[in-house]
Design a protein around this ligand. Structure first.
Ligand code: SAH
Length: 236
């Protein structure tokens, strides 16, 4: 029997994913202590299922990272929310992201910031992410292919810099590209696990705090790990 008034096709699918997204924000993010209402709202708005490969769409709202091709991953939703909250993004802020990947974190930042600059070393991922962000209507994002450990000097300084790959140490160029009062959120560590580190610039001094452990793919570049052709090159 056909039920009149029941949505079908893409609309029903949108409703379905919205319901999953609401559950994700409540159980994985708010219940675990993320309080900033702007961050929760942004996580509710970005359609995460459109940032994962189509065969993994049904797992887009799972409590885990997922593969996005090229040996890389989209971060776990909680990790995205946590890092975004630490970044304290203001409406007018210019934010730099290193490690565009799928573009999901960039989209969350676009919901919160004035302008978002994001750098991805893998040209295939960068192009896909740029197309995805455009098609979703994000007009305040700029995607560049390159080594993000060098920052984006032509567009610096930034109120916030977020690194979504694990670094051996904090890249000096990123510190230099923060505004006075600017925040840098970066996973730092020498192996498969890192310490999520928050650096706050005050004039020419930097206050560092360790926020908790995390696991990211390696940041490979001049001020990151060397590229050995293997997926991990931590020298460990
Ligand atoms: N933020 C992404 C997930 C990032 S995964 C998302 O929301 O989907 C980490 C990404 O960092 C990978 O795509 C990897 O290619 C990239 N990466 C690693 N080293 C880099 C570097 N030096 N500069 C720019 N991107 C880098």
């Amino acid at each position: 029997m056909r039920r009149i008034g029941r949505k079908t096709g893409p609309e029903a699918e949108d409703d379905y994913f919205l319901r999953l997204r609401k559950d994700m924000v409540r159980t994985q993010i708010a219940d675990r202590g993320i309080r900033d209402p702007r961050v929760l709202e942004a996580m509710l708005r970005v359609p995460r299922h459109l940032f994962v490969p189509s065969d993994l769409r049904h797992r887009a709202y799972d409590d885990s990272p997922l593969p996005i091709g090229e040996g890389q991953t989209i971060s776990q939703p909680y990790m995205v929310a946590w890092m975004t909250e630490l970044l304290e993004v203001g409406e007018e802020d210019r934010v730099l992201e290193i490690g565009t990947g799928s573009g999901y974190q960039a989209a969350v930042l676009c919901e919160l910031a004035g302008e978002v600059f994001t750098i991805e070393k893998n040209a295939v991922l960068a192009r896909e992410a740029e197309e995805r962000l455009r098609s979703l209507g994000y007009g305040n994002v700029h995607v560049r292919v390159g080594d993000g450990t060098l920052g984006w000097p032509e567009e610096a300084p930034f109120e916030g810099i977020i690194v979504t790959a694990g670094a051996p140490s904090v890249p000096q160029p990123l510190l230099e590209q923060l505004t006075d009062g600017g925040r840098l959120v970066i996973p730092v560590g020498s192996g498969g696990m890192q310490m999520l580190t928050l650096v706050r610039r005050k004039g020419n001094s930097y206050q560092t705090s360790e926020e908790g452990s995390c696991i990211f793919v390696p940041l490979v570049g001049k001020y990151g790990w060397r590229d050995s052709g293997r997926s991990w090159d931590g020298g460990w």
